[in-house]
Write a protein that binds this ligand. Structure first.
Ligand SMILES: [Zn+2]
Length: 214
């Protein structure tokens, strides 16, 4: 077990948990709020959903989510949220020591609302416009993304630390060619937070520390 990893199993999920899952060879993570009974409220890109017919994906048989048209603040089953990737829980109230050795965008030293209040805040935004999901405004990768939404629901401040991370290392989204293939060898659990550091964090100041723990 890797003590630095936030990976969890579904059985321990609690309503109000701020959760995330990695996407695209671990170059970024998608965040959301677990609201109980298998449902997640999350904020997906409001633009660029004009998929051609050959790339269209089927509607979810469980939650009826249509991935081809879903946008804005959506409420889906956890499978639609994870898209086959591992489940992680964002940590709050971590010590400064722990914060300094973990990937940005995985934890915070700040306190957070209790689960019930977090669920209420996420539901309030979703309920503003369940059809079009406009309750949190337009999606913006740098200023208003999925992590901003989850952060706002969970602690009341609109923060995206992974964007700070990416901004600080330049356009590292393109540097994903070898990230996924190294994770299983680097960690006994296969995919975890420490292994993901192989991508954007390679260039960051934390590189030397992470190589010693993964
Ligand atoms: Zn679904």
């Amino acid at each position: 077990m890797n003590l630095l990893s936030n990976r969890i199993s579904r059985e321990v999920l609690q309503p109000g948990d701020h959760i995330y899952a990695y996407r695209k060879a671990h170059t970024y993570s998608h965040h959301g709020i677990y609201v109980g009974e298998g449902w997640v409220i999350h904020f997906v890109n409001t633009k660029g959903k004009g998929k051609t017919s050959s790339k269209r994906k089927p509607r979810c048989s469980d939650c009826k989510n249509d991935p081809n048209t879903a946008r804005g603040v959506v409420k889906t089953c956890i499978d639609c949220f994870l898209k086959g990737h591992g489940l992680f829980r964002f940590e709050y109230n971590v010590s400064h020591d722990r914060f300094n050795i973990k990937n940005k965008g995985t934890c915070s030293t700040e306190s957070c609302y209790p689960g019930g209040e977090t669920v209420r805040r996420a539901s309030e935004i979703f309920d503003k416009d369940p059809t079009h999901g406009t309750g949190f405004g337009e999606y913006d990768l740098l200023k208003n993304n999925c992590e901003n939404f989850a952060s706002y629901c969970k602690r009341g401040t609109n923060v995206s630390e992974q964007v700070v991370r990416v901004s600080s290392v330049g356009n590292s989204f393109a540097d994903s060619s070898n990230s996924s293939s190294t994770s299983s060898a680097a960690s006994p659990t296969g995919i975890d937070d420490a292994a993901t550091s192989k991508t954007a964090f390679l260039i960051s100041k934390a590189t030397s520390f992470f190589s010693s723990v993964s």
